[in-house]
Design a protein around this ligand. Structure first.
Ligand code: FAD
Length: 417
């Protein structure tokens, strides 16, 4: 007998959860404040399905840079001194996770999730046949310093032990693989190519999957509903309070991205998720743009071709819940494009900023909470498009009390206990 399930949030995490739970025979509703699915963090991201990317932001190489980057507006990650207790707690946890042993543990969790996500994504695409400019050519990471290239090779060796094969390439081999790199005005020291990686438009995917869920499983999407609170009695959620009235259900899934901790906190559930602001620029692709998805590792800027558009995304900034566009943070991305691909046509651009739901250790948070009928599918940070398929699959197993297809160690809320 299916349950009545209410999913809070219609981003990629919420809609993938709706797909899995609808497919399993539950009566699913998804509630969101926007007018459609994927209008916030799942709107215009970097487009990379980077299953091989298992290096968390918190790692030993980043630790000494964090302090230097605080005073550099062009830095890939900008943490500022803050009096916000949530930010201070998160920042300390982040620094603690920069230890080598923690980074290895978190890498292992990210890798098992990435490899599982690739498989689940293949199953979803085969079953639904939905269109989202899906590309299978792999992702090429390029390095503009010998030190970064050397560090990357160490990570390649570590990831090979975890079952992820990547290729280390010379600068000339990078250009042979992606001829558009020949125009780069900065010196490249080499690259790492991940053949298992893919790319695609997260917005198109999520909207098409939402439509598929409605047509195939009868999933109902309740838009223009601002969720104000979750009401708990006897350790169960009875209903959520919205600006359009109360919504009751048997079980609830929290998939509100960066806003998840705001709604869980009054229930005594402290989610270590903090908004990490990122930017993207979309412009018309011309013949000189790369066909492969490329990551400029030093700047942490990604380039992905989505149909006739180029999407370029990056930067991580801690600015609380402020989603405004800051030209100061857009400029480094524009400079990055002009340096790596100077023949890009930037005559028409559209800029976007949004908040990644970031955990201090890297992996997302999936599964049970201390409240019996409240479940989590959130905290995906920089990899929500990549790992959303895997976490939705795991969430569905947990909610149905089935054995998950991969071990949940390092992915659940109790890792912070
Ligand atoms: C610049 C940038 C580039 C990125 N590039 C990549 C990439 O290349 N590959 C990758 O894997 N990931 C990437 N990411 C990360 C990825 O986009 C996110 O991890 C993912 O979109 C998070 O999805 P979500 O569903 O958890 O959150 P969201 O998409 O934000 O969904 C949460 C939903 O909850 C709703 N909501 C929130 N609060 C309320 C409320 N109170 N009431 C009602 N509704 C509410 C919102 O409207 C929203 O629809 C990038 C992110 C950014 C910012």
């Amino acid at each position: 007998m299916g349950k009545d399930i209410l999913i809070l949030g219609a981003g990629v995490s919420g809609v993938l959860a709706a797909y899995m739970l609808g497919r399993a025979g539950h009566r699913v509703r998804v509630v969101d404040r926007q007018e459609a699915a994927a209008m916030e963090c799942s709107f215009a991201n970097g487009g990379q399905l980077s299953y091989s990317h298992a290096e968390p932001w918190a790692n030993p190489a980043v630790f000494p840079k964090v302090f230097k980057w605080m005073f550099d507006d062009d830095a890939p990650l900008v943490m500022r001194f803050s009096t916000d207790p949530q930010m201070i707690r998160w920042g300390l946890q982040f620094l603690w996770n920069c230890r080598g042993s923690a980074a290895h543990r978190n890498s292992r969790a990210l890798m098992k999730l990435g490899l599982h996500s690739k498989q689940v994504m293949q199953e979803i695409v085969a079953e639904t046949g939905i269109e989202f400019h899906h590309g299978h050519k792999g992702i090429l990471h390029v390095f503009s310093s010998q030190k970064c290239f050397d560090d990357a090779q160490e990570q390649v060796r570590f990831q090979a032990e975890l079952g992820c094969e990547e290729q280390v390439l010379s600068a000339a081999e990078c250009v042979a693989k992606e001829p558009a790199l020949a125009q780069s005005t900065k010196k490249l020291f080499g690259g790492v190519f991940a053949p298992i990686d893919e790319m695609g438009d997260v917005h198109l995917f999520t909207q098409n999957l939402a439509q598929y869920c409605t047509e195939t499983f009868g999933v109902e999407f309740l838009y223009h509903h601002e969720i104000m609170a979750l009401n708990a009695e006897n350790n169960r959620i009875t209903h959520v309070v919205t600006n359009q009235g109360n919504l009751a259900a048997d079980a609830f899934v929290l998939a509100l991205g960066a806003y998840s901790p705001l709604l869980s906190k009054p229930l005594g559930i402290h989610l270590p998720i903090y908004p990490m602001k990122g930017y993207s620029i979309t412009f018309n692709a011309n013949d000189n743009m790369p066909a492969l998805s490329v990551t400029d590792d030093a700047l942490k800027i990604v380039y992905t071709r989505l149909g006739d558009k180029m999407r370029c995304a990056g930067t991580a900034e801690f600015a609380g819940y402020n989603t405004s566009l800051s030209q100061k943070r857009i400029n480094p991305i524009l400079r990055g494009i002009r340096t790596l691909f100077p023949q890009a046509d930037l005559s028409e651009t559209s800029e976007w900023a949004c908040l990644r739901p970031s955990t201090p250790d890297g992996p997302p948070i999936v599964g049970k909470t201390s409240i019996e009928n409240l479940f989590l599918n959130t905290g995906h940070g920089t990899l929500g498009w990549t790992q959303g398929a895997a976490t939705a699959d795991l969430l569905c197993s947990v909610m149905q009390e089935e054995h998950p297809r991969i071990d949940l160690t390092g992915l659940t809320l109790d890792r912070y206990a």
